[in-house]
Design a protein around this ligand. Sequence first.
Ligand SMILES: [Zn+2]
Length: 109
Amino acid sequence: MLILHCPYCGVDADETDLHAGGEAHLKRFGPDSGDEEFENYLFMRENPKGVHFERWRHAYGCGKWFLAARCTATLEVFGTYSAQTTEPPQDIKDAISAKRPGWAWGDLS
Ligand SMILES: [Zn+2]
C-alpha cells in the first residue's frame, strides 16, 4: 500500500485517505501560446517506469494538495513537498540521485 507523508498536517496517510491528481509540475502557457502548446498541456503526460512526480490531495485529512516524488515501479517514496513549488526541493532531488544514480531533474525518459 502506498503511504505518503502529508507535508501540511504531518500525517502518514495511506492511499485510501488520499486522492491522486495526476502529474506534477505541468507548465501552463499564456494566452499567446499556440494550439500545440495548449494541446500538450491538456493531454500529454509522462508515464515513466521509475521516478515520477505527482499531485496528491489529503482528501480525508487536511484537504490540502501536495506533491510527491516516488518510483512507479517499486512504490518507493522519495519525499513529499508543498504544491506551491515549481520544481522539487534539493533534498528530494538528492535523495533520488542517491538511489537512482544518473537520474536528473527534467530527464523523465
Ligand atoms: Zn494533511
